[in-house]
Design a protein. Structure first.
Length: 394
């Protein structure tokens, strides 16, 4: 797989997006995080999609508007823990900083609170009540376990998208499977089913399995699939949340510089104003620090703290001003075993890949940095491209 150059992928680059010093935060992805055939979606391609309405060819995308901007979360069955839903809500409010994120009341359940099976055309379905309609969800057996076929779930929940929703995240306690077609040498077509963690469709709906994965994997999958609804494709240039494969216990929760640019410039429309973009990025990262600490995912926090510092120093350098803080250099090191279980899947849904070894994250514990406030220098009022960052050392 040919790796797209950073310049090719990103186009114009501002100080908050990328410099060579950011390479320690954004290494290239290893092969276990990618599917065969993955190709990078450049910023230009993403921006070009925004010029067209959504269509069957996938060359357009929905635009964020003042009315259509809410990310809604809806439990699809009684097996989804309300406590877990609140955790997802807490995290996504920080991840989609400045967009409304809401929990919707459950509107779906399996018939008579149990999975009632109905056989039709040689297939087995579950009766699923969604709103005032009873629909049939296709059942598949993989490795002896029941799975719901995702396309039938989409058919059921797409009508639940409200006018104020930009996208709808459906959570289910059931295992999910995706239908996969493959051409045979004799010209025939074979069908198989792959187990997946989540899937998104072009109608601004995604569905995520809420059980049997770690909280970090669940948060990563929810944000990954929701970004597909915003028009993001898989990332191959950097290790990123938008890599196509989920690595169990070693998920990346963060966006690559390319996808961060897509979010800030392409989706939110903060363009031509590096001060405003830098302010937004720093505030978003600070919100994510608070959310991850609240959720007990403290191993993820050093990456954010050090990236905040790096962006602040980069902004100061680009403006020709001296940084107002001098801190002990703290490097964030990711140590992991290189060997992974191989997968030959071309699955476009997000799959879980189990690591053969435990991976770990380490950081220098001698000094910790906690971002607290973002204070503009007096010169900021005169449009200087500089932010000073107030840190507390503890």
């Amino acid at each position: 797989m040919e790796r797209t150059s950073i310049k090719q992928a990103m186009g114009s680059i501002s100080p908050w997006m990328w410099n060579e010093g950011f390479a320690q935060f954004h290494p290239p992805p290893d092969s276990s995080r990618l599917c065969e055939g993955d190709a990078e979606q450049s910023f230009h391609q993403f921006a070009d999609m925004g010029k067209r309405k959504p269509n069957d060819r996938g060359t357009g995308r929905w635009k964020l508007t003042n009315k259509r901007r809410t990310v809604s979360i809806i439990p699809l069955d009684s097996g989804v823990s309300p406590f877990l839903v609140k955790k997802i809500h807490l995290y996504l409010r920080a991840f989609f900083h400045t967009l409304p994120v809401e929990i919707r009341a459950p509107q779906c359940h399996f018939a008579q609170q149990e999975k009632e099976k109905e056989e039709k055309n040689g297939k087995i379905y579950y009766q699923f009540v969604c709103g005032n309609e009873t629909v049939l969800l296709e059942r598949r057996i993989i490795d002896g376990n029941d799975h719901l076929e995702v396309s039938s779930v989409f058919d059921a929940i797409v009508p639940l998208v409200a006018e104020t929703d930009y996208c709808l995240i459906g959570l289910t306690s059931n295992k999910l499977a995706e239908e996969w077609f493959e051409d045979n040498e004799d010209g025939t077509e074979s069908v198989s089913y792959d187990a997946i963690l989540g899937r998104a469709c072009g109608d601004r709906v995604c569905i995520v399995q809420s059980t049997e994965c770690s909280i970090s994997t669940l948060l990563a999958t929810c944000s990954h699939e929701a970004l597909h609804c915003f028009g993001f494709d898989h990332c191959t240039t950097f290790q990123c949340l938008m890599n196509s494969q989920s690595i169990e216990d070693d998920d990346c929760l963060f966006l690559s510089p390319l996808n961060l640019k897509k979010w800030v410039v392409g989706v939110l429309g903060i363009r031509g104003d590096d001060e405003a973009a830098t302010k937004y990025v720093l505030e978003r990262y600070a919100a994510m620090v608070e959310a991850l600490e609240s959720l007990g995912l403290v191993d993820e926090v050093p990456w954010l703290r050090n990236k905040i510092r790096a962006i602040g120093l980069s902004a100061a350098k680009s403006s020709g001003q001296e940084a107002t803080v001098s801190l002990t250099q703290i490097r964030f090191n990711r140590h992991r075993k290189n060997e992974r279980l191989k997968t030959g899947s071309n699955n476009v849904g997000r799959k879980a890949v189990k690591s053969q070894f435990w991976s770990s994250r380490h950081t220098n514990n001698a000094t910790s940095i906690k971002p607290c406030l973002f204070l503009p220098q007096a010169s900021y009022a005169s449009n200087s491209h500089y932010w000073s960052i107030l840190y507390l050392l503890y």
